[in-house]
Design a protein around this ligand. Structure first.
Ligand code: ATP
Length: 291
């Protein structure tokens, strides 16, 4: 096999709590993750000449070792002494620096795809172990689905799939570096913690309303006061009939959960008409694990 095309799916957090910080600076988290059907296309092609080449539709992204997809490929090329070169094409659609794990999803796709293309024989667990050295969300992006993520995000417990629903995603036109958001979180005096167990109970009883009503993201306490547009998008979604609306990850992307596609589409229109965001997508959750 000389060429392989993969879908690198993004995620939203139905819940995000931070329990503390480890000595190495990493945060201990408790997050409910959900894969959504919004994806980057990742194409891997073997080349005769050695080296990794990256092409992407977004000209502001790095195409060297600063691209996490490059680092994923480099890791396997070095470990397995692969002599071919590799061309990686990233057709990006997941909003960048947005709290949707776009980079981690690309890295996961490269690890998964190279394992298949070069017949490396690595199990899912072995891929996840390599993934965590690239980024805390990479193991989850290898696993996908509805998952409780603990530790630094690498301790993964699968949850039952989320009942059928529609996800509206809106990324306001601002970018927030994950590191800065976590630093500001560390400086907060008081923190209100979300009800992660409430979300899990809702999921386990297939009660999407309870799950949506329990959603919470501790990092909103940093981002909402600083960027009012995040609150405005949440309110627009809730007023338009969302069962719940929240910022994903370290933001600034906001998502809403809807029980009908047409209600989600109407809410999307309101967000566009009010000029709150131009990157607006209506999509589904995706619960199919990789085979
Ligand atoms: P997370 O939800 O895991 O915090 P994120 O959505 O905040 O992820 P990404 O989109 O993964 O963030 O990327 C953050 C930064 O990483 C960007 O500023 C970008 O320059 C850099 N980057 C490196 N490789 C990639 C990639 N393949 N796709 C997107 N960004 C990348």
């Amino acid at each position: 096999m000389d060429k392989l095309e993969l879908k690198a799916l993004g995620k939203i957090n139905l819940g995000l709590d931070i329990l503390g910080q480890l000595e190495n600076g990493y945060h201990q988290v408790r997050m409910v993750m959900q894969t959504v059907y919004l994806y980057d296309r990742v194409i891997l092609e073997k080349k005769k000449t050695p080296g990794i080449g990256i092409e992407t539709n977004l000209n502001f992204l790095p195409v060297n070792e600063n691209n996490i997809a490059y680092r994923a490929a480099d890791l396997l090329i070095k470990e397995f002494g692969l002599s071919d070169g590799l061309r990686i094409t990233l057709d990006k659609h997941i909003p960048v620096a947005a709290g949707m794990a776009g980079g981690s999803a690309d890295a996961a796709a490269v690890l998964f795809g190279m394992n298949r293309m070069y017949e490396l024989g690595l199990s899912e667990e072995e891929l996840k172990k390599r993934g965590v050295s690239l980024g805390a969300d990479v193991p989850y992006c290898i696993m996908r689905g509805t998952v409780l993520a603990e530790g630094i995000g690498e301790r993964l417990t699968p949850l039952p799939p989320l009942p059928r629903c529609y996800i509206l995603i809106a990324k306001p036109p601002l970018s927030a570096s994950t590191e800065t958001v976590y630093d500001k979180f560390d400086a907060l005096d008081e923190v209100e913690h979300p009800d992660i167990d409430g979300i899990i109970r809702g999921i386990e009883t297939s009660d999407i309303r309870q799950a949506a009503a329990s959603m919470g993201n501790v990092l909103e306490q940093v981002m909402l006061p600083e960027y009012p547009v995040i609150g405005e998008i949440k309110k627009t979604m809730l007023d338009a009939g969302a069962l719940g609306a929240m910022m994903s990850g370290s933001g600034p992307t906001v998502f809403g959960i809807f029980d009908s596609r047409s209600t989600a589409k109407k809410a999307a229109l309101k967000i566009r008409n009010r000029n709150l965001s131009r990157q607006v997508y209506v999509t589904n959750v995706h619960n199919v694990r990789r085979k």
